[in-house]
Write a new protein. Sequence first.
Length: 301
Amino acid sequence: MNLRMRVKKALCTVAALAMASGAAFAASPSQVYEEAARNMMAEPTGEYVLQVNMEMPFLGNVSLTNTIDMQAEPFQMKSEAVAKVLNNTKTVHSYVEQDGDVLHIYYEDSKADNAWKKATRKLKSADPISKRFHGDHNVLAGVKSVTAAGKNSYDVVYDASRLYREGDKEKWAADGYKKEQAEGFAKVLQALQKTGDITVNVTVDPKTKRISKVTMPLTPQMRAVAQEVLAESDASDANKAVMEQFIKYSEISMTIDCAPLPKDADLTAPKEVKEAAVPGTIPGSDDAEESDKDGAAAKAA
């Protein structure tokens, strides 16, 4: 064998060894996802655009786009939610600010011509809320499998059996939820469990090693929850039959795009918003009533 052939063979051998060693040390899909998820929890500051699309009989496409800008420390958040139904578009803004052990929430009331309201919530400590994301969390808890799906994306399968377990209602009661609320949560989560495991497509940016996009088809889950709500309603049998058909032919999907917080982002509630805000309650909650009374008294004074 002449020298040229020997050199060529040696180079081919080196290349083969390099490829083999690279494959041996390449991170698995599970490791890639775990690292990206940990990075997101370690530094949650960023801009998150949540897009929900529903295809519904008679209404066509119904969409909700919620752009959330979040700063971890000091904790601040600004939200712009845009809902589109037929030819109607509704936009609602909100701000959240942490002041020691108190959380201030300013939001537009869509039912009152977008008048500004304010609610407050007492926190258990003055530590930044973002600290709850830190620590040695097991980001793979509840994850059954992670498989490569191409173009830096991965299919992550979550174990639906972990959505609800015996004893959860007691834990919620200890956290201050009312019996009716705990019962409602339990029924919804049990309905979701019956739909089976949830598969989510996650895109990871190989440069930043952070999650850049999440895609979730949610039609089975939406139908299960809607059926549960319908079953508990006081609607007549005839109306329930119509709604069941409506649910049957509706579809829903959700995507979340994750990006760095814009450099010029200002998340502080404007002075005019704070001055215009009247006492309100946290949407979907009634535990702010007492603090809202305090707020009303202070405003009156």
